[in-house]
Design a protein around this ligand. Structure first.
Ligand code: DAH
Length: 358
């Protein structure tokens, strides 16, 4: 039997010195744990005579209750203090100025590609692709442009070292190569567009060594020039969002089409400013024609059964006309101010907000 008042005094002293939940837990174990001082006193009870057991038992119970309640109380105080300390160290200064957020934009080239793809997509065209590094056969020969053909000179081709298999390699000068690749690896009918990068060794106000084209190819039975004219006219009206734009098909020459045409749209110049849609002037926007029988033969398609049309347009040119961009070279400067001005919002936030509040 221990002097309980002595034990209580010791407990109070230890508690006063205790400043953490860890040391409080140690105190609890010291007194109330399995090997604890109070527990030891409880175990003693069985050895005592009846009268002694009653009075000492009651006293031990009182001390035990006092110690456990005091520890519980102290635990609350320490836990609250810990939370308050954490809150104080983690405060957020909501008056601090926000960092400015630079939100990117969709490049006009990407935007125009999306718009053109959507228009032809609605007409049933799918998107086809081919490599930027192309062999001479797909870029020229199969397109009815043999090595001696004068049309080759017009392309200012970037020639690359020969491939290990002896193939002559070039950076493709036109997306027309994708026509050949599509027809080689699929059976007719075909209805594809091929947007992509093209390369020519040329650089000035209206030429950059890399630019973008969209190729189109439709081959099926009973396809005529009327289909070509309808398709292209419809495309131009939708792209410029104006059904009244005059469209003119002017005879021209491409080795891979016969007949060939260049397509002009009506426009006017007022005070040096270009107005699309009406007036006395014409502006060339793309090349097209009926697929040359030799091209179909080159890819194993019988020209007696199948006919079709093809077209190729310069993406930058169309984007400049639609979005009012004056200098071609600015497309590739990566000037963020230009992109902020001519770019398109990546997220259509106004319509999102409208959608949420409506
Ligand atoms: N490949 C031609 C060029 O780069 C554009 C073109 C014209 C493509 C007529 C065609 C076409 O498919 O039929 O100048």
């Amino acid at each position: 039997m221990t002097d309980l008042s002595h034990l209580t005094t010791n407990f109070s002293r230890e508690l006063t010195a205790c400043d953490s939940l860890d040391s409080l837990e140690k105190i609890r174990i010291h007194y109330l744990g399995k090997q604890g001082l109070i527990t030891a006193q409880m175990k003693l009870l069985g050895t005592l005579a009846d009268t002694e057991r009653k009075s000492f038992g009651a006293a031990v119970n009182d001390v035990k209750q006092y110690i456990s309640e005091t520890i519980e109380y102290q635990k609350n105080i320490l836990e609250t203090a810990a939370i308050n300390a954490r809150l104080a160290s983690e405060t957020i200064d909501i008056t601090a100025p926000i960092r400015s957020i630079q939100c990117g934009t969709i490049h006009p080239i990407s935007q125009a590609t999306e718009e053109i793809t959507a228009i032809f997509g609605a007409m049933g065209f799918t998107v086809a692709e081919g490599p930027d590094i192309e062999d001479d056969f797909h870029n020229f020969t199969a397109l009815n442009t043999p090595e001696t053909h004068p049309a080759r000179q017009m392309h200012d081709t970037f020639y690359l070292p020969e491939g290990s298999d002896g193939r002559k390699m070039v950076l493709r000068t036109q997306t027309s190569s994708v026509q050949i690749r599509t027809m080689e690896s699929n059976k007719p009918p075909y209805r594809i567009i091929a947007p992509g990068r093209t390369y020519r060794c040329d650089s000035d106000m209206t030429h950059t060594p890399m630019f973008h084209q969209v190729e189109g190819l439709l081959v099926d039975k009973h396809i005529t020039m009327a289909h070509l004219k309808g398709c292209i006219t419809d495309f131009i009206h939708r792209f410029f969002e104006n059904d009244n734009i005059p469209v003119r098909f002017r005879p021209s020459f491409f080795p891979f089409t016969e007949p060939s045409a260049e397509v002009d749209i009506g426009c006017s110049w007022e005070n040096g400013e270009l107005k699309i849609g009406a007036g006395k002037s014409w502006l060339e926007v793309l090349g097209c024609g009926m697929v040359h029988p030799a091209v179909l033969t080159n890819v194993g398609v019988d020209p007696e059964c199948y006919q079709g049309f093809a077209f190729g347009l310069g993406l930058e040119r169309l984007a400049m006309l639609k979005y009012g961009i004056a200098d071609l070279r600015t497309f590739f400067d990566s000037d963020s101010r230009w992109l902020q001005h001519y770019g398109f919002p990546a997220l259509d936030i106004p319509s999102l907000i409208g959608g949420l509040t409506r």
